[in-house]
Every structure is written in structure tokens, then in C-alpha cells.
Design a protein around this ligand. Structure first.
Ligand SMILES: NC(=O)c1ccc[n+]([C@@H]2O[C@H](COP(=O)([O-])OP(=O)(O)OC[C@H]3O[C@@H](n4cnc5c(N)ncnc54)[C@H](OP(=O)(O)O)[C@@H]3O)[C@@H](O)[C@H]2O)c1
Length: 281
């Protein structure tokens, strides 16, 4: 029986929280970290990494803000070196489809000498319920620089299941799991399905990337986030990732969760309940 914990980087994140709770439910010891934990973990402060890595045997790694940012390659290279020095056996990296920076980070891990897995994910369905698209859903109008492009949104519960399988099943080691949902949808189709299910009207507008980034600037978003959103919407969402892949089935032997099931779970959680959201503000 292993006594050393599994490090989860991104304790409060959409996938990190789910990975931690699944590992804990299996009776496995974890050390989940982010900037607000003790020890704290800050991607921009390499001095914070060793206290988190030290004494762990494996890690689930979510990078912030995104492996597409130009500085990610150097950061990931140094981080993987530290993981080797700290004596980890195995690293599972959450990656994004269609990003050159993500491919560079994956290849650093793959040539590190560590046992590895890459979970290369499509856009998350939970961006509509737990992230930057939630506000638009609740307001009844979501405006994004995405037109008719098809994206097979993945349920992050599936990502967590795949990551945990990779962390706990030696037979799955040293493989890339390219994980997507089972259906490719446009953003407008997603919003229509959500609107029909929640019972209030939500409009979708495709706007230009310049307008979208301009609004972010006016609202005081940092320059690097403006750059990232421009990159994600104009490069990553150019149709290169529209194909449905079977990484969930490969890792878990079951199909990926459909967007309609994600919608049911989100409704049950109350996150799209406008009355509850108003009370919280
Ligand atoms: N969203 C998508 O559609 C999508 C698709 C494919 C891949 N990805 C990748 O998924 C990764 C994000 O994973 P996720 O969605 O599970 O996480 P997430 O929900 O974005 O994680 C957010 C948490 O990360 C922590 N954090 C933020 N900045 C940090 C920093 N500088 N150093 C350390 N921790 C920091 C924050 O917690 P504290 O405030 O406590 O620090 C925050 O609560 C990214 O690498 C992204 O590229 C996302």
C-alpha cells in the first residue's frame, strides 16, 4: 500500500477538486495545492514548488493560466526537472487540444524519464456553468467570438475519471488520452440546449474577437488574459478541434458523457438558478 500522497495541483479548480475527491474516495492520500493552500503553490514562484512536491509519489498537474501562453514552456520544463529531483514516479498532465504550447509541454513530460500521461482535453462543458461563460448564461445573453465552429465539449467529470484512472492503473501509463464529448456542437447550439432545459430565454451572439477583447480591456482584464482569449478564440477555435475523439472510452471502457447529461447535472446543482445567483450578489 502506498503511503506517500498524490499531489494535485489546482485544488480549487474545475478538474483538480474532482480529481482530489475521487482519489480520497478510493482511500488514497492526497496533497492538493493552489495559491490559497498550505503549502501554497504558485506557478509564477518556483520557490513554492518543492514544498508541494516533496514527499509525493505522483502528481496531477493543471497549469495556469493555460499551456498556450508563451512562458509556459520554460515554466513546465523547470517544473518537470523539480519533479524528477523530488523523486516523483509519475505525472499526469492536463493539456488542451490544438495548442502548440500544449504540445511542447507534453513533449517535455514525455521525454523526462518519468512515467507520464497526458489528458488532452477539448473545451470544457463546465465553462458554461463554473467559469467565464456562466455570467452570460445567467444574464440571458452570451456573446462570444465563436460562430459556426463545432466543438465536442467535454464534461470535466469525465476528465477527472480519466485522470484518476491514469494515476491509479499502471497498465494505462505512458499514453495520451485525447478526450472529448461524444457530440460536436456550436456555441449557439449549446446555449439553445441550455435555454430549453433551464426554462428561461438565453440568446447567443457571435461577436468579433476585437470586440470581445476590447470589452475585456475596458473591464480591466490583465493583458495576458486578453492575449490568451484572443489566442483561444481565433487560433484554437478555428475548426481544428471539431473531431470527436474516443479518449474517454479508451481509458474507461465507457462512452463520454453527453452534453445533455451535463445540463441535467448543472441544473440539479442550482448553478443556473437565477434567484439563487441574485441572492449571492
Ligand atoms: N477550460 C477549458 O475549456 C480547457 C480546455 C482544455 C484544457 N484546459 C486547461 O485546463 C487547465 C485548468 O484546469 P482547471 O479548469 O481544472 O482549473 P481552473 O478551474 O482553471 O483552476 C482554477 C484554480 O487554479 C488556481 N490558480 C490560479 N492561478 C494560479 C497560479 N498562478 N498558480 C497556482 N494556482 C493558480 C486558483 O486557485 P487559488 O486561487 O486557490 O490559487 C483557481 O481556483 C488550464 O491549463 C487550461 O489550459 C482548459
Amino acid at each position: 500500500m502506498h503511503t506517500q500522497p498524490i499531489l494535485v495541483i489546482g485544488k480549487n479548480g474545475k478538474t483538480g477538486a474532482r480529481v482530489e475527491s475521487r482519489l480520497t474516495a478510493k482511500g488514497l492520500s492526497t496533497r492538493a495545492v493552489s495559491r490559497s493552500t498550505l503549502p501554497s503553490f504558485e506557478w509564477e514562484d518556483p520557490d513554492s514548488w518543492m514544498p508541494a512536491l516533496s514527499g509525493t509519489r505522483a502528481a496531477y498537474v493543471t497549469f495556469q493560466p493555460d499551456l498556450a501562453v508563451p512562458s509556459a514552456e520554460a515554466t513546465i520544463r523547470t517544473f518537470i526537472q523539480r519533479a524528477v529531483e523530488a523523486g516523483l514516479e509519475h505525472v499526469v498532465l492536463l493539456s488542451g487540444r490544438g495548442e502548440d504550447g500544449a504540445l511542447r509541454a507534453e513533449s517535455i513530460l514525455q521525454s523526462s524519464g518519468l512515467a507520464w500521461n497526458v489528458v488532452r482535453a477539448s473545451w470544457f462543458a463546465q465553462n458554461f456553468s463554473e467559469s467565464f461563460m456562466l455570467e452570460g448564461i445567467l444574464s440571458g445573453h452570451l456573446a462570444l467570438p465563436a460562430g459556426p465552429v463545432l466543438e465536442p465539449f467535454i464534461d470535466v467529470d469525465d476528465i477527472a475519471d480519466v485522470a484518476v484512472a491514469a494515476l491509479t492503473r499502471p497498465d494505462l501509463r505512458n499514453r495520451v488520452f485525447e478526450v472529448t464529448g461524444p457530440r460536436a456542437l456550436t456555441f449557439a447550439q449549446c446555449v439553445e440546449e441550455i435555454s430549453n432545459a433551464v426554462g428561461y430565454r438565453i440568446e447567443y451572439s457571435a461577436i468579433s474577437v476585437d470586440n470581445f477583447v476590447g470589452e475585456m480591456r475596458e473591464q480591466g482584464a490583465p493583458e495576458d488574459m486578453q492575449w490568451l482569449m484572443r489566442e483561444l478564440f481565433s487560433v484554437v477555435l478555428d475548426g481544428r478541434n471539431s473531431r470527436v475523439m474516443d479518449g474517454v472510452e479508451e481509458a474507461l471502457g465507457r462512452p463520454a458523457t453527453d452534453f445533455s447529461s451535463f445540463i441535467k447535472k448543472a441544473i440539479t446543482s442550482g448553478v443556473w438558478d437565477r434567484g439563487a445567483a441574485r441572492q449571492q450578489t
